[in-house]
Ligand binder design. Sequence first.
Ligand code: NDP
Length: 294
Amino acid sequence: MTLLDGKQIATEIKTEIANEVRSFIDKGFPPPHLAAVIVSEDKAAVTYIESIKRSCKEVGFTVSIYQNSPTITKSEFESIINFINNDDEIHGYIIQMPLPKHLSSEQVSNLINPDKDVDCMHPTNIGKLITGDPTFIPATPLGTIELIKRYNIETEGKHCVIVGRSAIVGKPLALLLAEKSSHGNATVTICHTKTKELKKVCSQADILLIAVGQPEMIDAEYVKKDAVVIDIGIHRVADATREKGYRLCGDVNFEEVSKKAKMITPVPGGVGPLTNISLLLNTLKAYKKRFNIS
Ligand code: NDP
């Protein structure tokens, strides 16, 4: 069994990005600049932004955090977005979810400058993803595809089963895997809560990708022998045997499934580390477009 080590791949990609950034700075360009807008005191959101900040610093990006109170008015929020949209020194930005109820995420997505939309939220960028000519790819699917590419996992003609049809993970991943491309050409099945005989469908997968949001739901019975299993889920579950009182796990029962799979992602250390690397990759793409660097 091969462990798909996302942490290791993330380190490799960070080194590549840092080298590129250094070469741009040597040529007189400014460093790439990523901004994050956060309108929440949600602990997970704040932790995620902190990890992005660390990654940006490691690769030589400038990073700006626009931390706002959940009581911010719609017009105050829109002024911040307009400012970022028009600031030539910011090359890409994300708006961290969740947003308070008075700021609908659909309306907010429409405000983003599509050229700076490194989280791929604007309808234009989603449309381009569907037509197979993406400017940006949402972070988690992009990280998953990077993992597949860098481990040379053959997707052509394979049956990929994805459990989960969210707009940020399952659906874009399905499009990318079915795309006519070197990391695509797969036959893709998407499963959800209304799928009948989920175990049977999953156990037909050559590559099983799980984004179901249910801790350790996928056991060995869902998995074909020698399948590739990519676990996108991440959860904190109570564990009195641990010093912190909890442990992290995915949507897959790693203990059981790792004995049957040919390749599997650990949690933590699988897809997770590649998600914020994907934001760096998208920011670098936006930056290169801005300065016409090929
Ligand atoms: P959502 O809750 O938006 O979507 C979950 C999907 O799973 C839905 O399509 C739902 O079906 C389906 N589902 C839920 N329960 C079942 C079930 N019992 N049987 C079949 N299908 C089911 O989750 P996300 O896509 O946002 O996230 C999925 C997981 O990935 C989470 O664990 C999340 O924490 C993790 N995640 C990890 C990231 C990373 O960087 N590693 C980034 C983003 C997410 P239906 O549509 O019918 O409701």
